[in-house]
Design a binder for this molecule. Structure first.
Ligand SMILES: *Cc1c(COP(=O)(O)O)cnc(C)c1O
Length: 372
């Protein structure tokens, strides 16, 4: 991934600096509004990262010690960590061939202590949230969405995030839109919005921005123990420009992905699921049966000037989760061990893409696996 950043973002950031208002202020408010509209949500609460947005989502549900939240192990580790921050226990469910939780995999791990399900739209591939809601809602279990990678993906004809109870988004440079670091919580619920805005700002009864623009002296109160999860106006200025490019970025990524599909006809790769379209935040490929060891494939690609990465991580295999109990996760383990992620970025040229594809085809055929 290479972020698509240009002069427009640079001058927007400079303008925020020149304005003298660099902490959370008017640009954050505009970014929240514009982003929420784009993903079909009523409200947006900008925060410092997707990780902090996920933490707020779990916190807003009053989840804590003794409670369980179902998450995929096949995800960036922040998904599971956000549950642990509240003292609750993440319970790992397996994924299907699209890399996402399903009603069947979640149902297997529900218990009397399950207080929420956190579904991930993995690498931009939309999960079947309606199916999950049909399982969870009759049991009174809220479904919250880790949409870190999914800006611009669609689900049943609508943007991913529309109709979500709560969805958390990331603006890390590894995602389609970036503000350097940053995140957003979106929801249709006005009360959660008010409380999330308070929780990101130390539990203050009046935001700093409102106190300064209010004119008269307003004395704030601190209503509950909260956090500093604010986004800066410099970041939001960049985010507004980035958001205006989202459609362009998604269209280009889908064009590049279609070309990979043509160039790699014999390899199983990420594709649109039946119920939506992906923004191809990551383009993963499965190593075929009998392929060389993945470490050798990555080395072979590197020797040909191609920087690929291992597939999506599995949290339960990391030292931070050593000894954490879980049931069988066969698809998760196959996914994390047998996939790799190919380069895909907006300005990628045809020649670069051909180099990646021919290098992969060569390495998979066992041609000079480690030394070309
Ligand atoms: C990137 C990512 C996160 C964390 O996002 P940050 O903004 O870096 O905190 C969380 N969940 C998933 C699925 C991600 O891909």
């Amino acid at each position: 991934m290479r972020p698509l950043l240009g002069e427009e973002e640079a001058s927007a950031a400079a303008e925020a600096v020149r304005s003298g208002w660099v902490a959370q202020g008017p640009r954050v408010a505009s970014f929240e509004e514009a982003f929420a509209v784009r993903v079909g949500a009523s409200h947006g609460v900008a925060v410092s990262s997707c990780t902090t947005a996920l933490h707020l989502a779990v916190h807003l549900l009053d989840i804590g010690p003794g409670d369980e939240v179902v998450v995929p192990s096949l995800s960036f580790i922040a998904t599971a960590n956000a549950v642990r921050y509240t003292g609750a226990t993440p319970v790992f469910a397996d994924v299907d061939a699209t890399g996402n939780l399903t009603a069947a995999t979640v149902e297997r791990v529900l218990t009397a202590r399950t207080r929420a399900v956190m579904v991930v739209h993995q690498a931009g591939v939309p999960a079947d949230v309606a199916e999950l809601r049909a399982l969870c809602e009759p049991r009174g279990i809220p479904v919250i969405e880790d949409a870190a990678c999914a800006a611009g993906s669609t689900y049943r004809g609508a943007p991913v995030g529309s109709g979500a109870l709560m969805a958390a988004w990331s603006f890390h440079p590894r995602k389609l839109l970036t503000t350097g670091e940053g995140g957003m919580l979106t929801t249709d619920d006005p009360e959660w919005t008010v409380r999330a805005k308070r929780l990101r700002e130390h539990g203050m009864s009046v935001s700093a921005a409102d106190r300064h623009s209010g004119g008269s002296a307003v004395v704030e109160q601190y209503l509950e123990t909260a956090f500093n999860y604010r986004m800066t106006d410099i970041q939001a200025a960049v985010g507004l420009v980035q958001l205006s490019k989202l459609d362009l970025i998604v269209a280009r990524r889908r064009e590049l992905a279609a070309r990979y599909h043509e160039l790699l006809p014999d390899v199983t790769t990420v594709r649109d699921p039946a119920h939506g379209t992906t923004n191809y935040q990551s383009f993963w490929v499965w190593l075929p049966e009998g392929a060389p060891d993945r470490t050798d494939v990555l080395a072979g690609l590197a020797a040909r000037g191609v920087s690929a990465r291992r597939g999506i991580m599995a949290s339960h295999l990391e030292p931070a989760y050593a000894g954490h109990p879980h049931g069988p996760l066969p698809m998760t383990e196959a996914f994390t061990q047998r996939t790799l992620i190919l380069p895909l970025f907006h300005d990628m040229t045809n020649a670069e893409q051909e180099q990646v594809a021919s290098s992969l085809n060569e390495v998979l055929a066992g041609v000079g696996v480690t030394s070309p």
